[in-house]
Design a protein around this ligand. Structure first.
Ligand SMILES: NC(=O)c1ccc[n+]([C@@H]2O[C@H](COP(=O)([O-])OP(=O)(O)OC[C@H]3O[C@@H](n4cnc5c(N)ncnc54)[C@H](O)[C@@H]3O)[C@@H](O)[C@H]2O)c1
Length: 301
């Protein structure tokens, strides 16, 4: 029997626990100590499932790095989504056995009703093989294991999420065409998916929310667009932000510059529009700039 540790017991950690429960994994979560079953041993494999939030436009791997120091494992298998090049960088830094395996769980019906009968492992062949030997106990022989170089495994996760986001935006743009032509998008969609080359997933358009807005897409798509300054994906994000009724990046910059100038020009630092008979705005520029900064960080701008 192998000693397995699941590190981070959020959505991915809990789903992974259920998937590999035949291995009787232990669990550790730094911020949810009640779930901890970790023992004082060296684990054969530690599956890292901690969060990688957006920070300055790119995914922040500091909790992943913490795990490498905080928990003693022979092999670390990172399930958290990380920027391309992370495994290479962390191996160079720590000299530990580290591999990456993209995760496909989700917290919506759009991800969870599919059977993912494959596992991709990116890293040193021997390290990946050792993990496969353990994981084989959880599946039957229909399960496929693919060993690739780490950058490919890291990149495919971003490719998947970017593709799904693009597909949602694409369908929404045809919804808009339908609106202009007074045609029914649901009927159009059903004709579209008759073509066997078109997969049905992510083709619904919700009238009240005609945009993508999920925990993972919101951080992963901007992160890969920023890492490679990718114009196509930047446009997908721009379209989505406009669908959300959000201000475009150009207009945002213009607004920010206007507030900063107003702040400098008016020593009190208040935007005061009491003379306007339709509305009255009296707001501290300082507060507004602070709020904009927080929002920019959240959006990864
Ligand atoms: N949620 C999904 O559907 C999904 C799908 C695929 C990939 N991912 C990726 O997987 C990662 C985890 O996502 P999630 O949704 O499960 O996040 P989550 O926020 O639900 O869970 C992360 C957990 O890790 C814990 N944690 C943080 N630092 C820790 C540390 N040093 N030691 C131990 N525990 C620690 C947190 O307390 C939290 O419970 C992210 O990189 C995400 O992008 C998520």
């Amino acid at each position: 029997m192998h000693n397995i540790l699941i590190i981070g017991f959020g959505i991915v950690g809990q789903n992974l626990y259920n998937e590999i429960k035949d291995l009787e994994p232990d669990v550790v979560d730094k911020y949810k100590p009640l779930v901890n079953t970790i023992k004082n041993i060296k684990y054969d494999v530690g599956f890292i499932c901690v969060d990688t939030p957006m920070n300055n436009g790119i995914l922040d791997i500091s909790e992943v790095e913490n795990c490498l120091n905080e928990y003693d494992c022979d092999i670390y298998c990172i399930k958290s989504t990380c920027p391309v090049g992370t495994v290479e960088k962390l191996i160079n830094k720590t000299n530990k056995r580290i591999i990456f395996s993209p995760e496909y769980y989700g917290n919506t019906k759009h991800c969870n009703n599919y059977e993912f009968n494959f596992t991709i492992l990116g890293g040193d062949k021997k390290d990946c093989d050792d993990v496969i030997q353990i994981l084989m106990h959880c599946y039957d022989a229909r399960h496929l294991f693919r060993i690739v170089e780490p950058k490919l495994a890291e990149l495919v996760k971003f490719m998947e999420n970017s593709f799904l986001a693009t597909k949602v935006s694409f369908c929404q743009s045809f919804y808009e065409i339908c609106e202009k032509e007074k045609l029914n998008y649901s009927e159009l969609r059903e004709l579209f998916i008759l073509d066997p080359r078109v997969n049905k997933s992510h083709t619904f358009v919700y009238e009240e929310t005609p945009y993508w807005n999920s925990h993972c897409l919101n951080k992963d798509v901007p992160s890969i667009a920023n890492q490679y300054n990718n114009l196509f994906l930047q446009n997908v994000i721009k379209f989505n932000n406009e669908q959300k009724g959000m201000i475009s990046i150009d207009k945002w910059t213009e607004l920010r510059e206007w507030i900063e100038k107003y702040y400098k020009d008016h020593s009190a630092g208040w935007i005061d529009d009491t003379e306007n008979d339709r509305y009255c705005v009296a707001i501290s520029c300082e507060d507004l700039l602070e709020k904009m900064k927080k929002l920019e960080e959240k959006l990864g701008k």
